[in-house]
Design a protein around this ligand. Structure first.
Ligand code: BGC
Length: 522
């Protein structure tokens, strides 16, 4: 692969003994439910803020403006900054809280961050469900955001550490699968509650966030901590027992020794935040910033947040647009399953490259189809068949995201950092993700109004850039033990130069691995 520095899991691909035990599987399923709260929130906000009773109670000025709106330009119909500020305030809270979560995750263990996330989200759900005024509503949203920050910081790391290397992708993607299930559940619930006469449907939608929050809060109490975290916090014997239990074999010495070596390195690092800037972490730091940035620049949340608005723009009625949102929600869940079953076989890079190409083609088609009918004036409408094709291409785009940037945007950053800065690295990933989710949520409506159909070309341009970036700069990480990941970076044509041989203390077979690495397909 030209320039790809494709390291096909030859490096450090030591296969530790052990199998996928039921214990690990169940622990990962429970931890992954942390994704439900994030997904539920993504799915619920758009629907609630389009319910008249909700707007009348909390945002009467927005409601009045909407009623008086006689705009015929389809691109510029729904612009309301106040409302988007409310929706996206959660992402700012999540951004800030993920930095605090980094410390909790490192010092107290992964499970307590998950517990903290669940309980704060629970409080937020209660405040929102019973909200009497805007203050309660906003305070509730901040608590929800703190919950998301903690869960998204700790769950992916937990899953990547718990899983046996050769199944790490599959188990980690459980998190994204739960996100998509949360989104779909929220869309369905909104559909039901919007029909409640009496104007309190929105309360049900908001309060039901307590269900996923309850699941992860209670679930996390039963979770064991990861051996990596136990060793790092000085509980060596407990870590050995845990490794024994989760791998289901007595033959754990090799993996245990690698964890100890990683932990010894980790102890030399007192301040993860200043260390992360050192050249030897340049590759991982770049990925922790670029991957979430690119994930949001795919434009996926335009569909997730604004599907009802978007489908209305395309000319669907109110009900039909909600149903279309449910369709994209279903595609999102099922297409994620594709990555669950292929990510450890085909690898991360193939999914990234295929998914990216598919999204790009769909964005060009969707942009062009809208341009043909609405032009730059935004006046016009779509026939039934035409609109059907448009929805089909939007679904293909969502599918491409759902087996590439969606799951891999959480998997890859959680598996590439060495132990000493893993927690800090993951919180950078979360905060960059939240920052750009916020910016896009905030800017989308006015972008649609100004860019018109070219908005799809705009995101398509980014998808082209990110796919090229992956082709050149991301080495394959499938099947590589998490504490040996440095070998993969060392073997990369570009990043290798930042890592000295003396920086590498893991992998007994490093010499051998290194010589294998020289045979990489570049
Ligand atoms: C992203 C979210 C997005 C969701 C859609 C996640 O991986 O972080 O921003 O809404 O996927 O399924």
């Amino acid at each position: 692969m030209a320039g790809g520095a494709f390291v096909d899991s030859g490096v450090g691909a030591k296969d530790y003994p052990g199998k996928l035990t039921l214990y690990v599987f169940l622990s990962c399923v429970v931890a992954a439910t942390g994704g439900l709260i994030f997904g539920y929130d993504i799915g619920i906000s758009g629907g609630v803020t389009s319910m008249d009773s909700f707007l009348k109670k909390f945002f009467p000025s927005v409601y009045d403006k909407e009623q008086a709106d006689t705009e015929t330009n389809q691109y510029c119909k729904f612009d309301s900054q106040l409302l988007t500020t409310f929706t996206s305030s959660l992402y700012l809270a999540a951004l800030i809280s993920s930095f605090f979560a980094a410390t909790v995750t490192r010092v107290f263990g992964r499970k307590w961050s998950m517990f903290g996330g669940g309980i704060t989200f629970l409080m937020g759900a209660a405040l929102n469900g019973f909200a009497k005024n805007v203050l309660m509503l906003i305070f509730g949203r901040i608590l929800l955001g703190v919950g998301v920050g903690f869960a998204n910081q700790s769950v992916p790391v937990y899953l990547s550490e718990m899983a046996p290397a050769r199944l790490r992708g599959m188990l980690n993607i459980g998190f994204q699968l739960m996100i998509t299930i949360g989104i779909l559940a929220a869309n369905l619930i909104n559909y039901g509650t919007s029909k409640i006469k009496g104007g309190w449907g929105w309360r049900v939608s908001l309060a039901l966030a307590a269900v996923p929050a309850g699941i992860i809060t209670i679930g996390s109490l039963f979770l064991p901590d990861t051996p990596n975290s136990l060793i790092d916090r000085g509980h060596d014997e407990a870590a050995r027992k845990m490794l024994h239990r989760i791998r289901g074999t007595d033959d754990i010495d090799e993996e245990y020794n690698d964890l100890v070596a990683a932990s010894n390195d980790s102890k030399l690092v007192e301040h993860p935040w200043s260390n992360i800037l050192r050249p030897k972490y340049r590759a991982q730091l770049t990925m922790a910033i670029m991957i979430p940035f690119f994930q949001q620049l795919t434009g996926i949340n335009v569909i997730m947040f604004y599907a009802p608005v978007l489908f209305k723009t395309i000319g669907f009625g109110s009900d039909a647009s909600l149903i279309s949102a449910v369709i994209t929600g279903l595609v999102n869940v099922f297409a994620t399953l594709v990555s669950v079953f292929t990510v450890d076989k085909f690898g991360r890079r193939k999914l990234f490259l295929q998914g990216g190409s598919q999204m790009l083609v769909c964005q060009i088609v969707v942009g062009t189809m809208i341009a043909i009918k609405l032009g730059t004036s935004g006046e016009g409408s779509f026939g039934k068949t035409y609109a059907g094709f448009l929805v089909a291409f939007i679904c293909l785009y969502v599918a491409g995201f759902a087996w590439s940037w969606g799951p891999l945007g959480w998997l890859v950053p959680s598996e590439i950092f060495p132990l000493e800065i893993r927690s800090a690295g993951q919180s950078i990933n979360v905060s960059v993700n939240m920052l750009f989710t916020f910016i896009i949520a905030q800017a989308f409506l006015s972008m649609l109004c100004h860019f018109k159909f070219a908005l799809f070309y705009f995101f398509g341009g980014w998808v082209f850039i990110m796919t090229t970036f992956i082709a050149f700069f991301l080495p394959e990480t499938k099947n590589v033990p998490i504490e040996e990941m440095i070998l993969v970076w060392k073997a990369h044509w570009f990043w290798g130069r930042y890592i000295a041989d003396s920086d590498i203390h893991v992998g007994k077979n490093f010499e051998m691995a290194n010589s294998k690495a020289k045979n990489v397909d570049v």
